[in-house]
Design a binder for this molecule. Structure first.
Ligand SMILES: CC(C)(COP(=O)(O)OP(=O)(O)OC[C@H]1O[C@@H](n2cnc3c(N)ncnc32)[C@H](O)[C@@H]1OP(=O)(O)O)[C@@H](O)C(=O)NCCC(=O)NCCS
Length: 246
């Protein structure tokens, strides 16, 4: 069994387009509950069905690295905002998932709230309009002095924070501000009643076309441990550039 310490964040990455063998996909399908099978079928596009299937195989097989439970036997609950959590557990494992074109990521920690967001950075248009609509005033001002691509740094960090809080978009994105300079800092509107000192953030470049952000609610000096995995088949150490951290 794989060990995880209280000062570690484990990140598991999958490149879904590289997994196409019919026998392996069949094995992944066998891990799904009936409810998950039905949800998969409801995706209109095959590529979204594929992403959903690989994501389920990822979380189920990753959790089984830490606890002696079969990948198919894990049970999950969801909070009122849709955040999944592990029910079957002898270890206090917490996780968060994110998927985008070409990459799926699962972050694992012990006990603490974790949020992960990954995005492709190919979109060139409308980034400033999206920022004006959703980001805080200070973030919009800061973005004007930065390259267009910086939009994705803010976007992924903001998503990682709301995902760690587990509240999705019911947490207004303009009520907290990321300051991305040498280090990442966050500030909150007073009505959010949150404390910047309780948070750790990382901004990473897993591939030249993806941005990834991680948020953990804790003051510990975490170590990131990254692996690329083909669920049920293989895994290997993965190194990528940390662009920035808190
Ligand atoms: C659902 C949401 C939590 C993340 O959505 P997203 O960024 O589109 O999708 P991601 O791939 O990063 O994350 C999806 C995963 O997060 C998890 N998730 C779902 N609800 C969650 C919640 N309330 N909190 C944390 N994680 C959640 C799930 O595991 C989900 O994957 P699954 O359905 O395959 O299990 C929410 O923040 C959202 O709807 N965002 C929309 C994006 C947007 O418009 N952002 C504005 C610019 S900042």
């Amino acid at each position: 069994m794989l060990n995880i310490n209280t000062d570690e964040v484990h990140l598991w990455l999958v490149f879904p387009d590289s997994i196409q063998e019919p026998e392996l996909l069949l094995a992944y399908n066998k891990l799904l509950t009936e409810e998950e099978q039905n949800k998969k079928q409801r995706f209109h596009f095959k590529k979204h069905q594929h992403q959903y299937l690989i994501t389920r195989a990822l979380i189920r097989s990753v959790l089984s690295h830490y606890v002696d439970i079969k990948p198919s036997a894990w049970c999950f609950s969801k909070n009122q905002y849709g955040r999944p959590e592990v029910i079957t557990n002898t270890l206090p494992l917490r996780f968060n998932l994110s998927h985008t074109e070409g990459l799926i990521v699962c972050g694992i920690v012990l006990k603490q709230d974790i949020g992960v967001d990954v995005e492709t950075i190919n979109r060139k248009n409308a980034t400033k309009d999206i920022a004006k609509r959703f980001f805080s005033t200070q973030e919009v001002i800061d973005l004007y002095s930065k390259p267009t691509r910086s939009f994705f740094d803010y976007w992924t960090l903001k998503e990682s924070y709301i995902k760690a809080c587990g509240m999705g978009l019911s947490l207004p994105l303009h009520k907290f501000t990321f300051h991305i300079e040498e280090h990442i800092k966050i500030s909150f509107n007073s009505d959010l009643h949150d404390d910047p000192n309780q948070w750790r953030f990382w901004l990473l470049e897993p591939t030249p076309s993806h941005r990834m952000a991680i948020a953990v609610r804790d003051k510990v000096n975490y170590r990131l441990n990254m692996k690329v995995i083909i669920p049920l088949v293989s895994e290997q150490k993965f190194n990528c550039q940390i662009l920035n951290m808190s």
